[in-house]
Write a protein that binds this ligand. Structure first.
Ligand code: PLP
Length: 401
C-alpha cells in the first residue's frame, strides 16, 4: 500500500492485525484435493426443525426489521436458557441483546465499554479476533498465557503482574478455541475474585459451552459472586446448533451496558434477521437433542484423530475436554508452526492453522478443526504421517529433549 493511500485510512483500520486462520483457509483454495481443517465451521447440517422454523417465519411475513435488541420472545427464550444452565436470571427486556453472531456481541460490548489506551488482559492462546476487537477500540490487548496445568497454576500472579492503572477488562473464553481447554470451577473462582478485587470488567465468551466431553461440566464465571454486575456473557447459536451462517448470537449484561449496545446496534446492523431469530428460538427451545447428537459426533472425531496423531513421531496431542479443535504439539518435528502448516499444505494438501495465529504462546502447536467426516480425518492423519516421515524427527527429538 502506498503512503498516500495509507494516509487516507483510519487509525483503527491500520491497527488491525492480519488473520492467519483466514490466510491459511484462502491459501488452501489454491490447491486441489485439500483436506481443509482450518475454519471453526461445523460441517454438520443445521437441524431440520430449525430450517422449518425459518421457512414458516418467512412465509408468514417475518421479513422486516425487529427491535434493535431482538424479538421479545427470543430474548425470553435466551433468558430461560441462561437460567437453566447458570441459575442466573437476566431480564429479557433490559439485560439481553440479540446480535449478528457472538462476533456482534463482542464488538458491541467492547465498543460500549472500552476507551482508547485501556488495557485488556486476554487469556491465551485465544481466538485471534479478540485482538482486533480490542484494537478497533484503540485499546491495548495483552495476552496472558494460560494453557496447561503449569500455566494455570501461576495464572493469578501473572495476571497481577500485568496490571497497570490502565487495566480495565479481562477476556476469557472457556471452553477455549484453540486449545479445547475448559477452566475449572477453582480457576474461575480465582479469576472472579481477581476481577472484583481489581475492579475489572469481564467478557466471558462461552460459545462452545455445550460441546463438552467426559465428566467435566461447563462452568461459567458469570455464576460467581460479583460477576453479574461487571460481566458480559457472550454466546451464540453458531457452534451449538451448527448455525454459523444464520448469524445469531447474544449478550447478557447489566441493563446500562445492554442499553448502550442496543443503541450502537442501531448504527451498525439494526437487528438480526427475524427469521434467523425465530429459527434460533426454535433451536433453543427444542434443539437440545440435536445439539447433543452433534457433540457426540465431534467427540468421536476428536478421539479418533487425537489417537492417530499421538501415534505419529514428533506429534503429541491431548484429547480436548471441549470444542471440536485439537491443539497438537509439533515442537518435536523441529519446524515452527508456520513452516509446519505451510509445508504440510504444499506437500500433502492438508490445511490447518499455525498455533501462532492464536498469540505468541501458541507457537509450537497447530490447531486442527475436526469439522470433516472421520474418513477425511483418516486421510488427513495418513498425509500428516507421510509429511512428518520425511522430516528428521529422531534428530530433532534428541535435540529437544
Ligand atoms: N468466539 C469464539 C471463541 C469463536 O471461536 C468464534 C468463531 O469461531 C466466535 C466467537 C464467533 O462466533 P459467531 O459465529 O457466533 O460470531
Amino acid at each position: 500500500m502506498g503512503e498516500k493511500s495509507r494516509a487516507e485510512l483510519s487509525r483503527v483500520s491500520l491497527a488491525l492485525e492480519p488473520q492467519l486462520v483466514r490466510a491459511l483457509f484462502m491459501k488452501a483454495k489454491e490447491f486441489d484435493d485439500v483436506i481443509d481443517l482450518t475454519l471453526g465451521d461445523p460441517d454438520l447440517p443445521t437441524p431440520a426443525r430449525v430450517i422449518d422454523a425459518a421457512h414458516s417465519a418467512m412465509s408468514s411475513g417475518k421479513t422486516h426489521y425487529t427491535a434493535n435488541a431482538g424479538l421479545p420472545g427470543f430474548r425470553k427464550a435466551i433468558s430461560d436458557d441462561i437460567y437453566r444452565r447458570l441459575g442466573v436470571r437476566y431480564n429479557p427486556a433490559s439485560e439481553i441483546i440479540v446480535t449478528p453472531g457472538a462476533m456482534g456481541a463482542l464488538q458491541l460490548s467492547a465498543q460500549s465499554l472500552l476507551n482508547p489506551d485501556d488495557e485488556v488482559l486476554i487469556l491465551a492462546p485465544h481466538w485471534p479476533n479478540y485482538t482486533n476487537i480490542v484494537k478497533m477500540c484503540l485499546a491495548k490487548p495483552i495476552d496472558i498465557p494460560s494453557y496447561g496445568e503449569s500455566e494455570l497454576a501461576t495464572l493469578i500472579p501473572r495476571l497481577r503482574q500485568a496490571l497497570t492503572p490502565r487495566t480495565r477488562m479481562l477476556i476469557i473464553n472457556s471452553p477455549c478455541n484453540p486449545s479445547g481447554q475448559a477452566l475449572s470451577w477453582e480457576t474461575l473462582n480465582e479469576l472472579a475474585a481477581f476481577a472484583v478485587n481489581h475492579n475489572l470488567l469481564v467478557i466471558s465468551d462461552e460459545v462452545y459451552h455445550t460441546i463438552t466431553y467426559g465428566a467435566q461440566k461447563h462452568e461459567s464465571i458469570l455464576g460467581f459472586e460479583g460477576m453479574a454486575a461487571r460481566g458480559v456473557l457472550v454466546d451464540s447459536m453458531s457452534k451449538r446448533f451448527s448455525m454459523t451462517g444464520w448469524r445469531v448470537g447474544f449478550a447478557a449484561a447489566p441493563a446500562h451496558v445492554i442499553g448502550k449496545m442496543t443503541e450502537l446496534q442501531e448504527h451498525v446492523s439494526s437487528c438480526v434477521a427475524p427469521f434467523s431469530q425465530l429459527a434460533a428460538m426454535e433451536a433453543l427451545i427444542a434443539g437440545e437433542e440435536d445439539a447433543r447428537a452433534m457433540t457426540a459426533i465431534f467427540k468421536r472425531r476428536c478421539t479418533y484423530l487425537a489417537a492417530r496423531l499421538n501415534g505419529i513421531p514428533g506429534i503429541s496431542c491431548r484429547m480436548p475436554v471441549a470444542t471440536f479443535y485439537l491443539f497438537a504439539d509439533i515442537r518435536a518435528t523441529g519446524l515452527d508452526s508456520m513452516a509446519f502448516a505451510y509445508q504440510l499444505l504444499e506437500q500433502e494438501r492438508v490445511a490447518l492453522v499455525p498455533g501462532n495465529a492464536f498469540g505468541a504462546c501458541g507457537e509450537g502447536y497447530v490447531r486442527i478443526a475436526c469439522t470433516v467426516p472421520e474418513e477425511k480425518l483418516e486421510q488427513a492423519a495418513a498425509r500428516i504421517r507421510r509429511f512428518t516421515g520425511n522430516l528428521k524427527i529422531a534428530d530433532n527429538q534428541a535435540a529437544i529433549g
